[in-house]
Design a protein around this ligand. Structure first.
Ligand code: HEM
Length: 485
């Protein structure tokens, strides 16, 4: 299905092989075997002239502007500038409603202004070492109405999101001919020092982009497996080639992830992070936020920008049917699934259903296989375990990030997406490791003939499982939080 151009996998959902970058009637974010979860085209940088004031505010906004001079957020002057200079441009947004990539750029830009406006007082307190204090709790009409309309047109929440705004629609290419090479990437918008490509803010965001660049083969591998298994007599060798494609892509994703340590410094993260917090579960917003001129005026709650809304790991969770425990923490994971482009959401749901309905996991692990198909079956099992191991590797490195960039830097209890910082990531990491142990044990552990590489992986899992339990217990005791991990 996915190998034909723009093949239909479900009504309204297409997995593209040609992303049709010039077609402005389609949403910027779809799913393709070439650009994966990245937008169909490079993000739009320039806004139409009706939005010159928006552009001007965003250019002058960062703590350090492109010229190196201090910007509006350096002195807490953004709020006044928004009130003095910006009018409600919702009618101008309306003029572009048939150009979805452009509306997506407007959504990105209004979401940067909205988050900076709301969280500016917290930034001013934080840099003085006084904690976050309280954020502004009313979003004025000139920000509230346009962001609400752009979000509605693009299918996002009216608050900064990971894909549609902060990360995946926020890079530009210095030289279009060099494409997505890391050194060729720059941020379009930034809060702190991010317009300087060597800054930690730029490194943080661009590492996400550089990882998602490898998501095309992930989608291609998953669709190959699902297509193969739907056939009357599935060809295991083709199925294994799909698994191999997934494994290779995940290894690339994890290799790029490791570069985070050098391009974004642990000590710098908490200073630009202030602006990407959400409203949900944050002490800065005890009463939510009122969007002036929108809806019935009741306070709104949205989660903040977070890599938790990236689609690569959720894709693997769904494809591999990794079971999550029945805990309140898993409810947060489910809630995160709604903070992403509509096509990503639909694709993830489709993969989840197909994987279960077609019995992908049973086929890959083939517990009832006979001797004659022994080698290809062993290969499926090995590949499967190695794929889940890459998910573990991602989540383990991620836990290390959380420890070094957050736990060692601040006592604030919730992450930008509103999850509890000590227990949430371990909730999923432990689940992945339990899943691996279950798979490995079902084949008799070391007697299962999966080979030395798989045996070594499982030795590591044993050590990490115990280490993680102890570490989480220690942080929970130190911080007085219940231990769910
Ligand atoms: C310095 C680097 C990073 C830090 C400090 C960090 C921090 C966090 C935190 C605290 C969470 C918990 C959710 C929440 O926001 O409430 C989270 C979740 C997540 N982040 Fe990151 N992140 C980093 C880099 C990345 C990168 C590069 C990616 C790549 C796409 C990523 C993808 C994810 C995913 C997939 C989750 C959900 C994890 C799960 O399902 O178990 N993160 N991140």
């Amino acid at each position: 299905m996915a190998t034909q151009e723009a093949s239909q996998v479900k009504r309204d959902l297409e997995v593209l092989t040609d992303t049709r970058p010039d077609d402005v009637s389609l949403p910027a974010f779809m799913v393709s075997t070439t650009r994966g979860f990245l937008p169909r085209m490079e993000p739009i940088v320039d806004l139409p002239s009706e939005f010159d004031v928006v552009e001007s505010l965003l250019t002058r906004m960062p703590v350090k502007t492109l010229s190196g001079a201090p910007g509006l957020l350096a002195s807490g002057a953004l709020g006044d500038a928004v009130h003095d200079e910006l009018s409600d441009l919702t009618d101008q947004v309306e003029k572009y409603k048939d150009n979805l990539p452009l509306v997506n750029a407007l959504y990105r830009d209004y979401s940067f202004l909205a988050s900076a406006y709301l969280l500016e007082p917290c930034h001013m307190k934080f840099v003085k070492g006084e904690g976050y204090g309280l954020a502004r709790e009313v979003l004025p009409v000139q920000l509230a109405r346009p962001i609400a309309r752009c979000a509605e047109l693009c299918g996002f929440k009216p608050f900064m999101e990971y894909a549609g705004s902060y990360a995946l629609f926020n890079y530009r290419l210095v030289d279009p001919a060099l494409g997505l090479e890391y050194s060729n990437l720059r941020l379009i918008r930034a809060f702190e020092h991010g317009l300087d490509p060597s800054s930690s803010e730029a490194g943080f965001v661009l590492t996400h982009v550089a990882m998602v660049k490898h998501s095309g083969p992930l989608i291609s591998g998953v669709t190959t497996c699902l297509r193969t298994i739907s056939e009357p007599s599935p060809d295991r060798r083709v199925f294994n080639s799909g698994l191999q494609e997934i494994l290779t892509a995940l290894r690339q994703v994890n290799t790029v992830m490791e570069t985070m340590w050098s391009v974004s410094k642990p000590r710098s993260y908490t200073s630009f992070r202030t602006f990407i917090f959400g409203i949900t579960s944050q002490s800065m917003f005890p009463n939510g936020v009122i969007y002036e001129g929108v809806g019935d005026g009741s306070p709104q709650h949205f989660r903040g920008e977070s890599g938790a809304n990236d689609s690569m790991i959720p894709l693997m969770d769904n494809f591999c049917q990794i079971g999550m425990p029945d805990t309140p923490l898993t409810e947060i994971l489910k809630d995160f699934r709604s903070y992403r482009p509509g096509d990503h959401r639909q694709f993830l749901e489709w993969v989840k259903e197909e994987s279960i309905d077609r019995g992908v996991r049973e086929f890959a692990l083939a517990s009832n296989a006979t001797d004659e198909d022994r080698e290809p079956v062993l290969e499926s099992r090995r590949l499967w375990l190695k794929i889940v191991n890459q998910v573990r590797d991602f989540r383990w490195r991620h836990w290390c990030f959380a420890r070094e960039y957050i736990l060692k830097q601040t006592s604030h209890p919730t992450a930008t997406g509103g999850s509890p910082i000590v227990t949430w990531l371990p909730n999923q990491l432990q689940a992945v490791m339990e899943d691996m142990v279950e798979i490995y044990d079902s084949f008799g552990g070391k007697t299962g003939n999966l080979g030395a590489e798989c045996d070594d992986i499982m030795d590591l899992v044993e050590r990490q499982r115990d280490g993680l339990r102890k570490e989480v217990r220690k942080y929970c005791a130190e911080r007085g939080v219940p231990d769910h991990a």
